[in-house]
Design a protein around this ligand. Structure first.
Ligand code: NDP
Length: 482
C-alpha cells in the first residue's frame, strides 16, 4: 500500500479533487465504477503527480495506507449509499470514509451513526467551489469526529483554497455539521444571486439600461464593500455576446432558473427549526416561479394588468438611484447572512454541534461561490461576540444598515410602484422592520387563536409562561376548533 488517500468517483468533481490532492504531494488511489473514467484521468493527467489507479474496490482499499482514508465523490443519494456499503465491507475499524458530495445532512447523521457502529470514521464534508474549486482550491466543510480530523485535517488543509494566508477549511463539528453548514452556504448563495438579479432587473427594465452599462455598474460595485465572486461573474455574464445572433447572451437565455435542491433543504430545515430565513425562502420561491412556464404563460394570456416596470427617473437622478440599489443590495445581503447564521446556530443547538461561526465565515472567504470581502468583517463580528444573537446587532453591520436604509426603502417603494418584483429586497426589509418593532401585531393573532381555538395567550403584566383564556364576546365564537 502506497497511497495516503483515495478518491472514489472520478467525474468532474472527483477527478479534479484527485488531481488537486496529487499536486500537493499526496499519493492518490483512484477508483470509479466504470474504469474508463479512471483511464481517462490517467491518460490526460497521470503525469501530474502520484496516482494509483485501481479496477475494483478491493484493489482500491488494498492500495491505501492505514488508517485508510477514502473520499467519495459520486452522485448524492442512492449511489453514495452503495459506494459507502462497498467501502465499509472492504475497510477496517479505524479507517476513514469521507463523503464530499452534496449529501443531505440528515443522511450524513444516519450514515455516520451506522458506520461508527462498525468502528470506522465517517466524515460528511461540504465541498464548495464547483469543478474549478475542486482543482485549484475549494472551501471545505468537514464534519465527523475529532479523531478523524487529526488524520484528515492536514490533507484537507493542503488542498483547500487560501484566503488571507489561511486554508479555507475547519473542522465544523460532529456527524452532519459539515453538510449542514454547506447546505446553509448554498441557501445564502441563492439569496446573494437573487439580490443581484433584482438589482439587474431594476436597472434593465426600470432604468432602461443596456447589459453593457449594467455590467460596468457591477464592475464598479466590485471595487467596494460588495466585492465578491458573484458580483464579478455577473459583470462577465452581462458583457457576454451571443456568437449566433450578436445580441447580449443574457437576452437569448431562457428565463427559468434551475435548482438541485440544497436551497429547498435550507428552507425546509429552517421551517423545522422555526428559524426565519425569509431572504433564502424568497430566493428559492423566485426560482420556482420562474420555472412554472404554464403559470407564467397563463398570466400573459389572462392579461394580468399593472405598471410596465419602467421607472420615471430623470437622467439627472439616475446615478443616485443606482446608488440606492447598491445600498439596498448591501443591506439585504447583510440580512441574508444574519438569517443564514441564525439557522446554523439554531441547527447547532438542535443537533448538538459546537460550531465556531467566526471560523465558518473565515473558510467562506476563499474557494466557494459566496466568497466575498465582506466575510472578513462578518468573521470579526462573530469573533468579538458582537454577532452572537444576530449579525445585525454587531456595530459595524448596524451602522451599515443604518446608512443604507433610506435607499433600501426607496428602492422597495419604487419597485412596488413600477411593478418590478423584488422579493428578497422587500422581504429582507420586512424582516428588519419586524425585528426592530417593539410591539408586533402577533398580539392580534394570539387573540384570534384564543377566540377560535382556545389556544390561550400570555399577558404583558403576568409572568412569562402564564396562559390566559378569554370567553370572547359573541358573535364570532364558532363551535369548531383549529
Ligand atoms: P455526478 O454527480 O455527475 O456523479 C457522477 C459520478 O457518480 C461518476 O463517478 C459515476 O460513476 C458515479 N456514480 C453514479 N451512480 C453510481 C452508482 N450507483 N454507484 C457508484 N458510482 C456511481 O458527478 P460530479 O463530479 O458533478 O459530482 C460528484 C458529487 O459532488 C455529487 O454528489 C455532487 O452533488 C457533488 N458536488 C458537485 C459540485 C459541482 O459543482 N458539480 C460542487 C460540490 C459538490 P460512473 O462513471 O461509473 O457512472
Amino acid at each position: 500500500a502506497t497511497a495516503n488517500i483515495g478518491v472514489v468517483g472520478l467525474a468532474a468533481m472527483g477527478s479534479n479533487l484527485a488531481r488537486n490532492l496529487a499536486h500537493h504531494g499526496n499519493t492518490v488511489a483512484l477508483f470509479n465504477r466504470h474504469y474508463e473514467r479512471t483511464e481517462k484521468l490517467m491518460d490526460e493527467h497521470g503525469d501530474e503527480g502520484n496516482f494509483v489507479p485501481t479496477e475494483s474496490i478491493e484493489q482500491f482499499v488494498a492500495a491505501l495506507k492505514k488508517p485508510r482514508t477514502a473520499i467519495i465523490m459520486v452522485k448524492a443519494g442512492e449511489p453514495t449509499d452503495a459506494t459507502i456499503n462497498a467501502l465499509v465491507d472492504a475497510m477496517e475499524p479505524g479507517d476513514i470514509i469521507v463523503d464530499g458530495g452534496n449529501s443531505y445532512f440528515k443522511d450524513t447523521i444516519r450514515r455516520e451513526k451506522a458506520i461508527r457502529a462498525r468502528g470506522l470514521h465517517y466524515v460528511g464534508c461540504g465541498v464548495s467551489g464547483g469543478e474549478e474549486g475542486a482543482l485549484n482550491g475549494p472551501s471545505l466543510m468537514p464534519g465527523g469526529t475529532e479523531e478523524s480530523w487529526k488524520t484528515l485535517g492536514p490533507i484537507l488543509k493542503s488542498i483547500a483554497a487560501v484566503a488571507e494566508g489561511e486554508p479555507c477549511v475547519t473542522h465544523i463539528g460532529e456527524n452532519g455539521a459539515g453538510h449542514f453548514v454547506k447546505m446553509v452556504h448554498n441557501g445564502i448563495e441563492y439569496s446573494d444571486m437573487q439580490l443581484i438579479a433584482e438589482s439587474y432587473d431594476l436597472m434593465r427594465r426600470g432604468l432602461g439600461m443596456s447589459t453593457d452599462q449594467i455590467g460596468d455598474v457591477f464592475d464598479e460595485w466590485n471595487k467596494g464593500e460588495l466585492n465578491s465572486y458573484l458580483i464579478e461573474i455577473t459583470s462577465t455574464v452581462l458583457h457576454q455576446k451571443d456568437a449566433k445572433t450578436g445580441k447580449p447572451l443574457l437576452d437569448v437565455i431562457v428565463d427559468r432558473a434551475g435548482m438541485k435542491g440544497t436551497g429547498t433543504w435550507t428552507v425546509e430545515t429552517a421551517l423545522e427549526l422555526g428559524t426565519s430565513v425569509t431572504g433564502i425562502g424568497e430566493a428559492v420561491f423566485a426560482r420556482a416561479l420562474s420555472s412554472q412556464p404554464q403559470l407564467r404563460a397563463g398570466a400573459q394570456k389572462a392579461g394580468l394588468t399593472g405598471p410596465d416596470g419602467s421607472l420615471s427617473i430623470s437622467d439627472a437622478d439616475r446615478a443616485a438611484f443606482i446608488e440606492d440599489i447598491r445600498h439596498a443590495l448591501y443591506a439585504s445581503k447583510i440580512v441574508a447572512y444574519a438569517q443564514g447564521f441564525n439557522e446554523i446556530s439554531d441547527g447547532a443547538k438542535e443537533y448538538g454541534w459546537d460550531i465556531d461561526m467566526a471560523a465558518v465565515a473565515r473558510i467562506w472567504r476563499g474557494g466557494c461561490i459566496i466568497r466575498a470581502q465582506f466575510l472578513n468583517v462578518v468573521s470579526d463580528a462573530f469573533q468579538s461576540g458582537e454577532a452572537d444573537v444576530s449579525l445585525l446587532f454587531a456595530p459595524y453591520f448596524k451602522k451599515a444598515v443604518e446608512q443604507a436604509q433610506d435607499s433600501w426603502r426607496r428602492v422597495v417603494a419604487r419597485a412596488a410602484e413600477c411593478g418590478i418584483p423584488v422579493p428578497v429586497f422587500s422581504s429582507s426589509l420586512a424582516y428588519y422592520d419586524g425585528l426592530r418593532s417593539g410591539r408586533l401585531p402577533a398580539a392580534l393573532i394570539q387573540g384570534q387563536r384564543d377566540l377560535f381555538g382556545a389556544h390561550t395567550y400570555g399577558r404583558v403584566d403576568a409572568p412569562e409562561g402564564a396562559a390566559f383564556h378569554t370567553l370572547w364576546a359573541e358573535p364570532g365564537r364558532p363551535e369548531i376548533e383549529e
